[in-house]
Design a protein around this ligand. Sequence first.
Ligand SMILES: Cc1ncc(COP(=O)(O)O)c(C=O)c1O
Length: 383
Amino acid sequence: MSKYNFDQEIDRKNTNSYKWDNPLYEGLDILPMPVADMDFRIADELTNTISHINDHGVLGYSLVPETLKRAYQTKIKESYDWDTQIEWQVWIPGIVPGLTLACSTFVSSEQSILTPIPVYHPFHLVSKWVDRDLLTFNMVEKDGRWVYDFIEFENQLKKNPGVFLFCNPHNPGGTVFTEVEIERIVFLCTKYDCMILSDEIHSDLQLQTSQKHVCIGKYISNELPAITFFATSKTYNTAGMGGAVAIIPNAKIREKYNKHIQGVLPMLSRHSIEIIQTSLTMNNEWLENLLIYLRNNHELLLSFIKQIKSLKMLPLEATYLAWIQYDKEILCDFQQRLFTNGLHVLRGDQFLGKNFIRVNIACTKKSLEKALLIIKKTIDEAH
Ligand SMILES: Cc1ncc(COP(=O)(O)O)c(C=O)c1O
């Protein structure tokens, strides 16, 4: 028996939670399933780490210790079989600021940013933030997975974008890219000399036991500029603490990136450093049980969706962010209808996807069942 109980209902209201204390919910009874954090209590080792810092009571500036750098190097080798060097690591407070800074640093004002769509919204919004043009290509359904349209991808690469933003596993849609797909991406980016920025924050949230995360960095030669971003924050539900690492094998790129970080990105907090260190070195019990729980939630959702004609969902390979297509003729603005009935999910438009909703299923089974009842009621009302 696990000591972890993911069925435990934890009241997150009045904790300044972005998810639960959304001002949109003022005076309403809303079940929130938007932003990507989990409703679960973190592992005991992590609460102990926080208690230990509290007992000490000093929160000055912190260094990333060699032990943590080595722990991440070991993690990347053991989990993804990629040999990296410690000096390739650049520590940043979060992946989104890290990606944004990479775009402003490496994409000239004449160049553009390339991303597949639909995609995690900062991947397309970043073009506005750094004032560069955006190029996109569509993900398409093939053999029950969301994959790249490689013809469209290559057509966009011909326009000479400064960077290609790779999200692996993909959010939303949950694709875990295969070795063959990754080799093709690397081949095309090399052919058109396009830098790769790879966000692998969801790499340990694998829902299919038959699949494994493949790191693109392992396939990129040192000549092609590339940055791979990792974090433990999604996996261990410490997103609010931040902290991430950028792996930059090419020394010139690393030097330039480090220079641009100065005075822009803050140092990591003592909390985030020690939380990441504990996440990487504690035993796997919490994560193993989390994955079992998420897989069960995923199965529950999938079998529910299968029974509803006006909804469609491809199985997620990773992440806890379900990407559900709806019949616009019947359900019109489905997201708004769900909200009216007490369920908040994200509109597909946010990710540049049409007629989709994105649903965060990292919640208790009880909450998921409540959400399914609201979805059912909303669909019944529309028929
Ligand atoms: C693909 C992806 N990258 C990055 C982030 C956020 O990363 P950070 O909090 O380190 O900026 C998220 C959060 O949902 C995400 O889904």
